[in-house]
Design a protein around this ligand. Structure first.
Ligand code: GLY
Length: 365
């Protein structure tokens, strides 16, 4: 990891454009960097974080925001996917009100995808929308969820069923935070990186394995992924023309598995299984060479990501959860397939029976 490098990528969305800044040690500059973002010129900030991240990084961010002249209130929610709930939305929004935030204030979301999605959603609806800044601290949130403005929470019926598009004012990606991640949480993030390679950047897949046990060069890898995400979001901010839907590769079946697993699998672990199933469908229906599918599966394996399910899980329950996915339109699924690595497309030609067959293949024996 390069201790001095700081690089920016602009997410180009007209008057909603914003920078993604990636480097090492950036949390200590969060206040000054936030001052440089449009729409964060006010005085009050709510720092929303979780019970795992707060003891590691909240003081650094609070101090930096204070040095930049902000008045900071902290809101700590329990770590974990269960916090992506309307109960937490109500709680956080009431805290924002109690702290006196208004449209001149902003929310700082410090943590992984759960915090970015929850705090971003609260910022989207509080006072009909106030600015927010993303401070991602996991691989998943650095390369994917902090960029692009998707915010929201889950319902018991399924993931991300409530939400809003609300672009951040800026993203401050401090790769030094990755050193504090538990190994399982670090490795799950590579499911999203492997997904980006599979849909848009075949050559990135070549040397990913080196990052399994080393953060050397991780800032460049994160930037390469942010660039992929930023380009896709620029082309299709609101997922209306099919381009942004490509980011759902592995996520249709993956989200069904994640919902059915009820917390037993991390997001990236469920997506690994969803990617394996989507590769199977791509070989069968889109001509993806089997060797290409195997290359991706070998990479998922290299990051210890799961490729099969055991008797704790039920195919019926996965299919039931999957059928409620918002990627179904008028009862038909828009499923992302690969013709080749780096060559993805949305198919409306994948049947429920074919999906059920791939899900059953995840159960060996
Ligand atoms: N994580 C998928 C998207 O942002 O569209």
């Amino acid at each position: 990891m390069d201790a001095t490098r700081e690089t920016r990528i602009e997410v180009e969305l007209g008057d909603r454009s914003y920078p993604v800044i990636v480097g090492s040690g950036l949390l200590a500059q969060a206040g000054a960097l936030s001052r440089g973002f449009a729409a964060t010129g006010g005085r009050k900030v709510a720092l929303v974080t979780d019970s795992h991240v707060a003891p590691l990084h909240a003081d650094t961010v609070r101090m930096s925001l204070g040095e930049a002249g902000y008045e900071v209130d902290s809101i700590v929610v329990p770590a974990g996917e269960a916090s992506k709930s309307m109960d937490q939305v109500t709680r956080v929004c009431r805290e924002l009100h109690r702290a006196g935030l208004d449209r001149g204030s902003f929310v700082a979301a410090l943590g992984g995808g759960v915090i970015g999605d929850l705090a971003g959603f609260c910022a989207a609806i509080f006072n009909r929308g106030i600015p927010f800044v993303q401070l991602p601290t996991t691989v998943v949130s650095l390369v994917d969820s902090s960029v692009g403005g998707k915010t929201g929470v889950n319902l018991p019926e399924g993931k991300n069923l409530l939400g809003a598009f609300h672009q951040p004012a800026g993203v401050i990606g401090d790769v030094a935070t990755l050193a504090t991640l538990p190994p399982r949480a670090y490795r799950e993030g590579f499911a999203e990186i492997i997904k980006h390679g599979a849909i848009r950047d075949r050559s990135m897949l070549g040397n990913l394995g080196t990052f399994r046990d080393s953060l050397h060069g991780i800032d460049a890898l994160i930037l390469r992924n942010v660039a992929i995400k930023a380009r896709i979001v620029k082309e299709d901010e609101r997922e209306t023309n099919g381009t942004r839907a490509l980011l759902n590769f592995g996520h249709t079946i993956g989200h069904g598995i994640e919902s059915a697993a009820g917390g037993a699998l991390l997001h990236g672990e469920a997506i690994s299984l969803g990617i394996k199933a989507a590769l199977g469908l791509s070989v069968a229906k889109a001509g993806l060479p089997r060797a290409d599918a195997e290359l991706v599966i070998d990479l998922l394996r290299a990051f210890d990501l799961p490729l099969s399910l055991d008797a704790r899980f039920s195919a019926d329950r996965i299919l039931e959860k999957l059928a409620r996915d918002k990627k179904f339109v008028d009862g038909a699924i828009r499923f992302v397939l690969l013709r080749g690595l780096g060559d993805a497309f949305v198919s409306s030609d994948v049947t429920r029976e074919e999906i059920a067959r791939e899900v059953s293949r995840l159960f060996p024996g």
